[in-house]
Design a protein around this ligand. Structure first.
Ligand code: ADP
Ligand code: MG
Length: 779
């Protein structure tokens, strides 16, 4: 004990000396000046005192006031100053991996150190930290995973849970687990941080923990709604409810027409007219639903372009931040803008994007000042809403939507819907424009629509399937999932919990008595959705690992096939070249990836991507995720060392198809052939359409009775994205009938396989079962 103590004391002294000399260096002084200008600095002593005196505190303060970068640092610095630096271990969680990475980078540079020294980060499958790391930024998911094996968080002194106002599922989950831990770890400090004032809710959850607000200031931001924007840009609303080639309703046919100033009232009337026509009642309780009907997200592109032109031509200098719904929209808008004479001119405009999986080099550009006379335009997802602060933003364009996962309780399939944001989010987005001077915010929807937004967004726990969560709860050795979740801030419906439990039983992760099976144990250590985790394990069992690995990586990153707005047809044709008549988007993905890998080896990856409408960045991400899954599966001894053995059957199409089915079930639709057309029906009898970029959308007929799919997207009708055709026998063996007949054997075999690694005597029975099954699918 005392030797260790001495070592740590020596290290603490060294840390103190380093900190002091950095603060006296010119660069360190400059950094300190900046930090002292942040609102958080003024509250420093008060905050440190509150943390010392209370086990839990709740801190609120506007985005950019210095919560994330400063507060954990204050604690660290004060520990170092008091000569206890090497004894502390601070964890600060972030809802998104990118903010964990960006913030750790920022904090280490504020301390004049390389990342991985005192400051580190850890996100899913990636991280930089060392033996001297005392402040770790990680995603909330990572901390949850750590809690699975280290239930008391031994050695950790402070936990900061950031962005709790977002009410992300992992944060809500963390709060339950931490609340349970606090009595066992009296010395542990918990600090909750929120960007909005509703700290009460959290304070009450922790028996009235004290709350501290960091008063900040932002400059006023003027709000422009659609009425004003139409006039300003000279756009006119000409028609409504047009159905475009995707079956989506298009509200606007934007048409460039100069509208004289005095016609402003007419335009306002026009908007109101439009609302009336689509029988939209902004004040009805169903307003939010009907809202999503009349304004699909494909509208705004031309409007956004017009607003950007307006800003570039007529407005003062300052960066523009455009909030969009997702990566796909961002990249198609970027392509559109690149072709624009003004907005695409690199001498006048610096066009950047900001989304969950951008490269670190691109990340840095976002924060940098552009050269003089060049306007910085950033196309961002709602990630830029609260967790990332870009200082020089003066103009914000808000499309009013964000992608939100909602939960289809009936067939247990999550839906990713672009839906209207809340008033709180709209205000938050607007606030981004007032960091350094008064700003302007352009909301691309009428004011009455804003007024119909709900006040706050529903917590994620109440709008997503709980499959993954319930599996994790089970691996915390919790008896009753329902009881555990009932102690949440806002507990989910029992029905949703029941569904998740049923689902986990169906895929074989839980047994009849709700205990974790062997399969369940493995699924809980794989950092992917349980469905995809199962697909991976099945791929190893059936020795067709490589294609399945690509598919799972692809489904957990995003679709590498690009779909530029104006070249949809060419892009679709390019994609169908990868389909080779096998009626499978998933196999098209495998071919596209393999082609890219070959092209990359020959140094022609760029050309390859360009020609085939593929995103090089996404393929790269899939590539590295593949490596990481590979590593984890080998580490868990679920995969043989011998690559050839793992891929003995990879060439077998029907087998790969079967494994895809085993993972994606119950995402299944039956193919109904009519004389000239096809339609698709899901298990709940709902009609679905194929996403236009699906290879299956290009066929007149599909020679399989079923399509399995991973994701549904609802616009007006429900679309299914990637799908793969499967036969009756595949569906019977690898799909739903898990509890019956052959599938019982199949399940046993699966468990047997896992036991096989623990007990070599089971090897023989496993091999027998596998052969039987294999013969069956071949029929
Ligand atoms: P909060 O968590 O309260 O929203 P942060 O601690 O993230 O605030 O940021 C505080 C300030 O630090 C921001 O206003 C911004 O000026 C600055 N900042 C944060 N990250 C960076 C970065 N990567 N580069 C430059 N400045 C940054
Ligand atoms: Mg923050």
């Amino acid at each position: 004990g005392s030797v260790m103590e001495k070592v740590l004391q020596r290290r603490s002294l060294r840390m103190r000396n380093m900190q002091r000399s950095w603060k006296e260096s010119p660069e360190g002084k400059r950094m300190l000046d900046f930090r002292m200008s942040l609102p958080a600095f003024r509250e420093k002593e008060k905050l440190l005192q509150a943390i010392a005196q209370n086990q839990v505190i709740v801190i609120s303060g506007e985005t950019g006031c210095g919560k994330t970068t400063q507060l954990p640092q204050f604690v660290l610095e004060s520990e170092i100053e008091s000569g206890r630096g090497a004894f502390c271990s601070i964890i600060c969680t972030q809802p998104r991996r990118i903010s964990a990475m960006a913030v750790s980078e920022r904090v280490s540079s504020e301390r004049g150190e390389p990342l991985g020294e005192t400051i580190g980060y850890k996100v899913r499958l990636e991280g930089v930290q060392g033996k001297n790391t005392h402040l770790l930024f990680c995603t909330s998911g990572i901390l949850l995973r750590r809690l699975l094996s280290d239930r008391n968080l031994d050695g950790v002194t402070h936990v900061f849970v950031d962005e709790i106002h977002e009410r992300g599922m992992n944060e809500d989950f963390l709060l339950i687990v931490l609340k349970d831990l606090l009595p066992r770890r009296r010395d542990l400090r918990l600090i909750l941080m929120s960007a909005t004032l509703n700290a009460e809710l959290f304070s009450n959850f922790f028996q009235g923990a004290p709350t501290i607000h960091i008063p900040g200031f932002t400059y006023p931001v003027r709000a422009h709604y659609l009425e004003d924007i139409l006039e300003m840009t000279g756009y006119k609303l000409t028609s409504f409810n047009q159905v475009d080639d995707y079956g989506q309703e298009k509200l606007w046919k934007t048409q460039r027409q100069l509208v004289p100033r005095k016609r402003k009232n007419q335009i306002t009337t026009l908007v109101e007219d439009a609302l009336a026509k689509s029988s939209f009642d902004a004040y009805s309780p169903k307003a939010r639903d009907s809202l999503s009907c009349w304004m699909p997200d494909c509208i705004g592109f031309n409007l956004i372009e017009a607003v950007l032109c307006h800003i570039c031509r007529k407005e003062r200098s300052g960066a523009v931040l455009v909030f969009m719904t997702g990566w796909e929209d961002i990249s198609s808008l970027r392509d559109q803008l690149k072709a624009h004479p003004l907005l695409g001119d690199p001498n006048r405009v610096l066009l950047l994007t900001c989304h969950g999986s951008m490269a670190t080099s691109e990340q840095k550009l976002i924060f940098e000042k552009p050269p003089p006379n060049i306007r910085k335009i950033i196309l961002a997802t709602n990630m830029a809403e609260a967790s990332i602060t870009i200082n020089d933003v003066v103009f914000v364009i808000d499309c009013g939507k964000a992608k939100e996962t909602t939960y289809d309780a009936l067939n247990n399939t999550p839906c990713l819907l672009p839906s209207w944001i809340s008033q709180a989010s709209a205000r938050q987005r607007r606030g981004r424009a007032g960091r350094v001077q008064p700003g302007e915010c352009y909301h691309l929807y009428p004011r009455c629509v804003y007024e119909a937004f709900s006040e706050y967004q529903l917590p994620e726990l109440l709008r997503t399937p709980l499959n993954s969560l319930c599996l994790q709860i089970k691996s915390l050795q919790v008896e009753s999932i329902g009881e555990f979740l009932s102690s949440a801030l806002q507990p989910p419906e029992p029905r949703a919990v029941q569904n998740a439990v049923e689902f986990l039983k169906m895929i074989g992760a839980l047994d009849e008595r709700e205990n974790l099976t062997n399969l369940g144990k493995f699924l809980s250590i794989l950092p992917v959705d349980p469905k995809l985790g199962k697909m991976l394990i099945m791929g190893t069992i059936f020795r067709c690992f490589d294609p399945i690995l690509t598919i799972v990586a692809g489904l957990s990153v995003r679709d590498p096939f690009l779909l530029p707005q104006d070249k949809k047809d060419l892009a679709g044709t390019a994609k169908s070249r990868f389909s080779a008549k096998d009626y499978s988007d998933h196999m098209a993905l495998v071919r596209a990836y393999e082609g890219w890998r070959d092209a990359d080896r020959e140094g022609s990856a760029y050309e390859y991507c360009w020609r085939n409408f593929l995103s090089a960045q996404t393929l790269q991400a899939i590539h590295s995720l593949r490596k990481q899954f590979n590593f984890i599966l080998k580490d868990a001894r679920l995969l043989e060392e011998d690559t050839a053995l793992n891929n003995k059957l990879s060439h077998n199409q029907s087998l790969v198809r079967a494994i895809i089915c085993s993972g994606l079930f119950p995402g299944i639709a039956s193919v109904v052939h009519r004389e000239t057309s096809m339609s698709f029906k899901t298990m709940d009898d709902g009609q679905v359409l194929l996403y236009a970029n699906s290879v299956n959308a290009r066929y007149q007929t599909i020679s399989y009775p079923w399509l399995v799919f991973g994701e549904k997207v609802k616009v007006n009708t429900v679309f299914i994205r990637d799908s793969t055709g499967v036969s009756d026998s595949i569906l019977m063996l690898f799909g739903g009938a898990l509890k019956h007949g052959v599938m019982a054997g199949h399940l046993k075999m699966l468990e047997g396989y896992i036991d096989f690694f623990m007990d070599p005597n089971l090897a023989e029975s496993y091999l027998k079962l596998k052969d039987e099954l294999y013969k069956l699918i071949q029929r």
